[in-house]
Design a protein around this ligand. Structure first.
Ligand code: AHR
Length: 530
């Protein structure tokens, strides 16, 4: 049984918060503070936090691939066979469960044969979606698989539907997955990879409602069926095909897609949800920041709603919901793009909090999601790493990288329900296994420090460690001059049986990992409470 928070306590807690948020910060004699009460229900399981919920995405866009991850073997920038050494080291440390490539919009204009064979003979193509720069295709299928192997990441290819044929996609799959003896598999071997790549994840188009073909859902569904017939489990690799799903919470697309598919069922349906920002990333106003944070409630609603749409179809429950692209998309000044590459965007303390809001949602909705890929890994949008342009030697970890690292202890654990008294500018999620409880808390207030009091139900905890990422200045970031301005610091949680207390200053993300001991019975809750 949950012991509900008494109404009196709830009102008292929220009154402190509400009253202080009305007073302008400069008029406050002392920093505003409030108490946040949370019940962690170790006895109410949601589902496993799949490592793929912390997935990534790279596109041939700006300096993400060329100049970012791939500098080439002859570069003066330290590299491992062409891969930027420092980037690989940071990503290995973080762990990359899955990596999607080559787009994005780029995927529907990509022809895989351009990127195989001797690099010197590969064609030079115009990247029509992202500024018409010419790329030399030196990063292709083998180079992508090489990167995935270095990072121990599951490769996820996005196939071209918008400007290609079922035949081209079918051949790419055979080239990658058929063991040997066919012309295509022998060509792969001749290109240096006798072992099949065994790629499971294949996207069938990207944003087919937009840059991937401007289609109506029924047109795309028809094409999906044509493509899917020829996407085979070559060499015994079970394919996981991902159909192009909605933009945000667009159910008209999802229903049109599902109706048009008839009996055909993809293994996954992707949705894209960006949280737009009106300001340049390092010059946000408090209001615009809070507007951006507020969009995360809509992301959570979209996940719940889109899951329900899929579930309402016969065998729809078997389809994995994939948040293929997510993150903050701020107002990007042209001068930054000219200097560093298209869609190059700084990550600030605000971005770190936004990442925390997103990753907390994925824990709370772990039973509804199969994979989530942040856009994008390096130098584009809400990236984890930044380099100072394609020629630059510096490679730094962004605030978003550090938020991802704070969520790492959740991977493979089972998310459990959490109830909080005022979820408006505070977000929490928890997961556990037999030994540990992991709790991540996000204070998205920019003017209120919180003391968080957690009551643990169905288990007891002791000891433990915590780390916190915090900067009261929301535009604070890690720069090439100050690469470690915002990094996680140690925090001591006060843990005593069923009580856990933490100080959570304004604009912070904190994760506590504590040994737990079970008590009482455990039930599958099948839902989450925000
Ligand atoms: O991530 C940048 C772009 O955003 C991708 O290419 C596209 O899929 C989306 O619109």
């Amino acid at each position: 049984m949950i012991s509900p928070l008494s109404r009196r306590k709830f009102v008292a807690a929220t009154a402190t918060v509400a009253a202080s948020s009305l007073v302008p910060r400069h008029l406050l004699a002392s920093p505003a503070s409030g108490t946040q009460r949370v019940t962690i229900r170790a006895d109410a399981e949601i589902g496993v936090v799949r490592p793929e919920l912390h997935g990534h995405f790279i596109e041939h866009l700006g300096s993400c691939v060329y100049g970012g991850l791939w500098v080439g073997k002859d570069s003066r920038i330290p590299n491992l066979n062409g891969y930027r050494k420092q980037a690989v080291a940071y990503l290995q440390e973080l762990g990359v469960p899955v990596l999607r490539w080559p787009g994005g919009c780029f995927a529907d204009d990509y022809h895989w044969r351009d990127g195989i064979g001797p690099a010197a003979k590969r064609p030079r193509r115009v990247n029509l979606h992202w500024g018409e720069y010419v790329e030399d295709n030196s990063f292709g299928t083998h180079e992508f698989i090489g990167l995935c192997r270095l990072l121990n990441a599951e490769p996820y290819f996005a196939g071209n539907v918008g400007s290609s044929t079922p035949h081209e996609l079918r051949d790419w799959i055979e080239y990658c997955n058929y063991p040997s003896g066919s012309t295509l598999s022998d060509e792969r071997a001749a290109n240096g990879s006798p072992e099949p790549f065994r790629v499971r994840y294949w996207g069938v188009g990207n944003e087919s409602w937009g840059c991937g073909g401007n289609m109506r859902p029924e047109e795309y569904a028809r094409l999906y069926r044509d493509f899917a017939v020829y996407c085979r489990n070559f060499g015994g690799t079970d394919l996981f095909l991902v159909a192009s799903g909605p933009s945000g919470n667009d159910s008209r697309w999802s229903r049109g897609l599902m109706d048009g598919l008839g009996w055909e069922r993809p293994q996954g349906v992707s949705m894209h949800y960006y949280s737009g920002g009106t300001d340049r990333s390092t010059a946000f106003t408090a209001d615009h920041m809070q507007t951006q944070f507020a969009s995360y409630a809509k992301v959570e609603d979209a996940i719940i709603h889109q899951r329900a749409v899929l579930d309402s179809y016969d065998k729809g429950k078997d389809i994995g919901l994939i948040l293929d692209e997510w993150g903050v998309w701020d107002n990007i000044p042209e001068e930054d793009e000219r200097r560093y590459g298209k869609l190059w965007q700084q990550s600030t303390m605000r971005s770190a909090v936004a990442a925390g809001l997103g990753l907390n949602i994925f824990n709370r909705q772990a039973d509804k999601l199969r994979m989530c890929n942040i856009a994008q890994m390096v130098n584009v949008l809400q990236s984890l790493l930044l380099t100072d342009g394609p020629e630059g030697e510096h490679c730094i970890r962004t605030t978003t990288y550090h938020t991802f690292s704070l969520f790492k202890p959740h991977r493979t654990k089972t998310a459990v329900c959490v109830e909080s008294d005022d979820p408006s500018a505070f977000s929490v999620s928890a997961s556990k296994n037999d030994k540990e409880l992991v709790v991540t808390l996000v204070n998205s207030h920019h003017d209120i420090d919180l003391q968080v009091e957690c009551t643990l139900q169905g288990a007891s905890a002791s000891g433990g460690t915590a780390q916190i990422l915090h900067d009261a200045e929301w535009n604070a970031c890690n720069s090439f001059e100050q690469p470690d301005r915002v990094v996680p610091k140690l925090l001591t949680p006060r843990v005593d049986g069923a009580k856990i207390q933490l100080d959570l200053p304004r604009l912070s993300v904190a994760t506590a990992v504590m040994p737990i001991h079970r008590s009482g019975s455990v039930t599958g809750f099948g839902g989450a409470v925000r």
